[in-house]
Design a protein around this ligand. Structure first.
Ligand code: GLC
Length: 527
């Protein structure tokens, strides 16, 4: 049978009522496949397709299905209920969890009058940043000032993430050496020894203000292999000694904690922080009594005598499993992840995963609904190839023909066929649904944490004073509308729980990991 008759047959079938169509299609499909494949060789990639046009309708149905799964749970009363369930999970982990709700050694917030020059390190999911920070203390107008005097940024790509054990810390020491050489700090004279503060974007069990046990790392890092539980400060210092670097580790804090300390240096209302970049996390300043004593490990009595509050690294990414509704695409992502179930919230919200969720949906839509006329764009079938930046480009592009988004997409994922307007609009709709869910779930998690803190401080939601959440990370900084929409959900949840709109404000705190590593140093000296 020629392809012309095949097309004629498919047209004929299209107009039949759907259930009759399905019965006949099932019967004829083996024959149809042979009909379609020969005429359009690339269709081979399309397991279940019959001619392009037929799928318009089903693209709509498919999208409706996605909308149902991503938007339905986002009604604010439902989110309030989820916030309550998350709060219970937080309370439970404040009593017992070796990997989340981790108390730092930080029991005081900075006064803003701290001063001095410090070497600050910031190890993130995709960059290592090394800087000399100058804290200038309070200015005449009462505000506090600080400066990044010198800074070097080193990319952490897959080859670095794949370094296991000591090799990773040797790499870090080489970069510190490069920075010190570049700025003429490479002297052997002991008096010129440089004190370092480290912001570490991974969980750590603190054993002193300047040391802690290395815990499991997400974000695709393998550094913990061979040295999980080892002392992080000693690992870094050993590599630095091997290179004769005249430095000493004086403070270690998680990046979430660093961000809160940095904001508190200039804003006394800062009580929580939020990181949303490759990974996600939050820190909160809580009464020591909110945590079970066993969470503090072996600390000198002097610490407990001095501390009535403590900065807690929540590891917020690790919450929400079997609380927050998920979809089959989330299950797909999790089942093939290096650490399934380790950071459920992160796998639905952050820069490392938003693109991947959208990719999984698009691949299904190509197979099941004829998106891109059933053609798989180059490399789109490989995991983690759809960068969240491309998804953001679809949300950014308000032009009717989505020309900029199309160009960004095709640059990374070339296609032989022309991409239709409805394909582009489809991708844009999916991007919006996935990011909207992320904003709602993030606001819900933050609201749960704020409620927990409000109660731990014995405040009433209605009377609770306004607090600032110090924010850092590329998604909050650059993803179009992300922070504003999260703020909108947060306001709605605060009002629904009896507080004023604006009781919790998301405030960007740029460079806060570096500043925080330096300020932490000052606050921790003498503890
Ligand atoms: C990951 C890490 C956490 C870090 C966050 C943001 O979730 O587990 O420690 O704070 O990413 O960088």
């Amino acid at each position: 049978m020629t392809s012309r008759s095949g097309q004629y047959l498919s047209k004929l079938l299209y107009y039949l009522p759907s259930r009759v169509f399905k019965a006949i299609a099932a019967m004829l499909s083996p024959m149809l496949r042979t009909i379609t494949q020969p005429s359009v060789p690339h269709i081979k990639k399309r397991p279940r397709h019959v001619g392009g046009t037929m799928h318009q309708k089903s693209m709509e149905t498919f999208l409706e299905g996605v909308r149902e799964l991503f938007a339905a749970p986002l009604d604010v009363t439902k989110l309030l209920q989820l916030s309550g369930e998350l709060r219970l999970e937080y309370l439970d982990r404040l009593q017992s969890s070796p990997i989340s709700m981790l108390p730092s050694y930080q029991h005081t917030l900075p006064s803003g009058s701290e001063t001095g020059d410090y070497l600050a390190l910031d190890v993130g999911g995709s960059t290592l940043r090394i800087a000399v920070i100058r804290l200038l203390g309070r200015k005449a107008d009462g505000s506090s000032d600080r400066q990044v005097r010198r800074v070097r940024q080193f990319e952490i790509d897959k080859s670095i993430r794949d370094l296991s054990g000591e090799a990773f810390f040797d790499w870090m020491a080489s970069r510190i050496g490069e920075m010190l050489t570049m700025y003429g700090h490479m002297t052997g004279n002991a008096s010129a020894q440089l004190a370092m503060g480290l912001s570490w974007s991974f969980p750590i069990e603190q054993t002193s203000p300047r040391s802690g046990k290395l815990l499991k790392m997400g974000k695709g890092f393998r550094a913990t292999e061979e040295c999980s539980g080892h002392d992080l400060s000693e690992l870094i210092m050993r590599s630095c000694r091997k290179k004769n670097l005249n430095v000493v580790m004086r403070a270690i804090v998680n990046d979430g904690t660093a961000t809160l300390i940095s904001q508190a240096y200039k804003d006394p209302s800062a009580r929580m922080s939020l990181i949303m970049g490759t990974g996600m996390n939050a820190s909160v300043y809580l009464p020591v009594s909110a945590l079970h004593r066993s969470k503090f490990g072996d600390r000198p009595q002097a610490w407990f005598d001095a501390a009535d509050h403590v900065l807690v690294n929540t590891e917020l990414s690790m919450f929400g499993k079997s609380i927050l509704p998920i979809t089959r695409w989330d299950e797909d992502l999790n089942s093939t992840h290096q650490h399934p179930g380790f950071q459920p919230l992160e796998y639905m919200l952050t820069g490392r995963y938003l693109g991947e969720i959208v990719r999984l949906i698009l691949v299904d839509a190509i197979a099941d609904a004829g998106l891109f006329d059933g053609q798989l764009p180059d490399r789109l079938d490989e995991p983690y190839t759809l960068d969240t930046k491309i998804v953001a480009a679809f949300e950014e592009d308000a032009s009717p023909n989505l020309a900029a988004a199309r160009a960004t997409f095709l640059k990374a994922h070339r296609m032989r066929n022309k991409v239709s307007q409805s394909d582009l609009l489809f991708v844009q709709s999916v991007a919006r649904l996935v990011s909207r869910r992320a904003q709602a779930y993030l606001a819900t998690a933050l609201h749960g944490l704020w409620t927990l803190r409000t109660e731990a401080e014995r405040l009433e939601a209605g009377k609770a004073c306004h607090i600032t959440v110090a924010c850092n990370g590329t998604i909050l900084e650059k993803y179009p509308g992300f922070r504003a929409q999260t703020q909108t959900y947060l306001d709605k949840l605060c009002v629904l729980s009896g507080a004023a709109k604006g009781a919790v404000i998301l405030e960007m705190a740029p460079e806060s990991s570096l500043f925080g590593a330096a300020v932490a140093f000052c606050c921790l000296e003498g503890t």
